[in-house]
Design a protein around this ligand. Structure first.
Ligand code: GDP
Ligand code: MG
Ligand code: K
Length: 295
């Protein structure tokens, strides 16, 4: 019997755990990731003579690890030798934040992780006034797109059918640019990895304390000799990817009627904004300090 590891990945609150519960019929093991208190859910199912080990990964907004949850996801996806490295990553999204999820999907695909894309909460597509051209979306993502409703189990059979799907290695949509070519080349040979994008991520991360001290030192010296400024890489990537999505999504995702964005969605937008969000964060810290001192 062939055995495959399937990992559910996506932003928080898209319905990963709901899907996982339905897929495993609640036959699951709940534990922790080694050394940390982050919860790990896993379960096994069999289908058409194949065995699937399904893992519900912690929610992640970005492939750049900014939290412990995100670090766990990055460590698994960035390391083919990790025992949880997926045979297939199921990137789960929901209609109200499709764009952000597609960005995450592209990042995961650029790491050369075989991936399919799920739009969960299919019941909300119409309610949000969305129209999605699925054929074009599959063409853009170069993989299968499956619509699901984790509450009613719609689409789950189709999803399971695709668990042994083998996507072709997709062409990378991300280009680091000449400026970074040599640094990327060195990181790739130091880390013995084949993804330019993974090398780019190592260069763009400030905190790499999860690496061995040997690798941390080599990385630091590469960054120093090429004068790498992590923040600059992250900003460049965000701009490039958003430009790419602006162009490619305009014929794929359309609005039949505009729905008012809710205030939490607006707040979310501000806080996720690379500059505004940081500004607000610093302001809150400043105000806290001031409060402590005047008191
Ligand atoms: P996770 O954070 O990605 O694991 O998301 P959860 O599984 O915890 O789900 C977040 C919320 O979305 C819960 O209130 C679910 O009941 C709800 N939800 C999940 N799937 C669907 C769906 O297909 N349709 C709708 N309308 N709600 C859903
Ligand atoms: Mg969950
Ligand atoms: K909802």
């Amino acid at each position: 019997m062939n055995s495959y590891t399937i990992t559910l990945i996506g932003n928080p609150n898209v319905g990963k755990t709901s899907l996982f519960n339905k897929l495993t019929n609640l036959r699951q093991k709940v534990g922790n990731y080694p050394g940390v208190t982050v919860e790990k859910r896993e379960g096994n199912i069999e289908h058409n003579g194949n065995k699937y080990h399904i893992i519900d990964l912690p929610g992640t907004y970005s492939i750049y690890p900014n939290s412990l949850d995100e670090e766990i996801v990055f460590q698994i996806l960035g390391n083919k030798a990790n025992k949880d490295y997926p045979d297939l990553a199921v990137v789960v999204s929901e209609p109200s934040n499709l764009r952000r999820s597609i960005l995450l999907f592209k990042q995961i695909q650029d790491l050369n992780v075989p991936s399919i894309f799920v739009i969960n909460m299919k019941d909300e597509i119409q309610a949000k006034g969305l129209e999605i051209d699925l054929n074009k979306l599959e063409e853009l993502l170069q993989t299968k797109v499956v619509l699901t409703n984790a509450r009613t189990s719609e689409g789950l059979d189709e999803l399971i059918q695709h668990f042994n799907y083998k996507p072709k290695i997709a062409e990378s949509t991300f280009e680091a640019g000449q400026l970074y070519d040599k640094a990327i080349h060195e990181v790739k040979s130091t880390f013995k990895i084949d993804s330019d994008y993974l090398a780019w991520l190592y260069l763009g991360q400030k905190n790499v304390s999860y690496l061995s001290s040997e690798l941390q030192n080599s990385l630091a010296s590469i960054k120093k000799s090429y004068k790498i400024i992590e923040r600059r890489l992250q900003v460049k990537e965000t701009l490039d990817r958003n430009k790419y999505l602006d162009n490619s999504l305009k014929d794929i995702i359309t609005y039949t009627h505009r729905k008012e964005t809710s205030s939490t969605e607006k707040l979310d937008k501000v806080l996720m904004h690379p500059i505004l969000g940081y500004g607000i964060f610093m302001l809150v810290i400043l105000l806290m300090f001031q409060a402590v001192y005047t008191w």
